[in-house]
Design a protein around this ligand. Sequence first.
Ligand SMILES: C[C@@H](O)[C@H](N)C(=O)O
Ligand SMILES: C[C@@H](O)[C@H](N)C(=O)O
Lengths: 165, 165
Amino acid sequence: EEALVTGIAEDIDQAKITILDVPDRPGIAAKVFGELARESINVDMIIQSAPIRDKNDISFTIAKSDLEKSLKIMNKVKEEVGAKDVISDKNVAKVSVVGVGMRTHSGVAAKMFSALASKDINIEMISTSEIKISCIIKKDKMEEAVKILHDTFELGKTSYKDKDV
Amino acid sequence: EEALVTGIAEDIDQAKITILDVPDRPGIAAKVFGELARESINVDMIIQSAPIRDKNDISFTIAKSDLEKSLKIMNKVKEEVGAKDVISDKNVAKVSVVGVGMRTHSGVAAKMFSALASKDINIEMISTSEIKISCIIKKDKMEEAVKILHDTFELGKTSYKDKDV
Ligand SMILES: C[C@@H](O)[C@H](N)C(=O)O
Ligand SMILES: C[C@@H](O)[C@H](N)C(=O)O
């Protein structure tokens, strides 16, 4: 299936949290998100890359207004599971390339990442699906990111507010 | 929007690769996926969690038949960007909970992760979207994973082959 990019989405109401060096054993991810769900925290992206030496990091994003509450929860979880640290950043935003057939998307992904790199925009987190490639970048780079992505993918000037996608 | 789970998808044609400790600066992700795209490697999941001390790891999954070729490419990239290592595993598979409204999905995610933990299934990688929560697990745990997820989400016995979703 050909990949077809149909739009750029932006979400500036994002804060990221990472819990570092959790034990890589069953039940840890369940605990982290169970505690967040219990407090009705809506989680947007959940990103966990491959474990290394029996440890892993788990990152997720939430609305900025949920950062303080989420950090309280995560610091309690950190104690309970014996993680190394909890770090966060509210000066981030999510920019996404939206389309179809993005599954076989190394070409579209490479194009998106190159476009951001061409403007010296650092990519902090990456998550993909069949219909979306999302990058967490610094919030103050969002305007430039949306512009270069529109130009790169030859799209019109409007971008979706991510909530509408 | 209420989260509604409509099915379980499985993809056993998965191999994972992680390039460890790449410099956290613009252009690195572009290089990794540019090289893979140049060789027409179809990438499924791309997962990059938060950077730590100016380094990051980038993980991705591909079809098992592309593992050898991808490893050659990645080892060359590793030299070129000064990464620490490239690791891989072909004994993995991807299990996903599919639905709608998964965006505000800490509850659905917690439920999925708890279900897997209840069968002692370790979650190696996690990636989410509005319509899908995907976990990379050991391939030999897939059958058990699909069963417990069907029971947990009270779905019928059939699971989607992920290519059809
Ligand atoms: C790190 C965390 O995901 C753990 N592997 C688990 O299964 O819960
Ligand atoms: C690590 C890698 O994603 C890097 N930050 C980049 O922007 O390319």
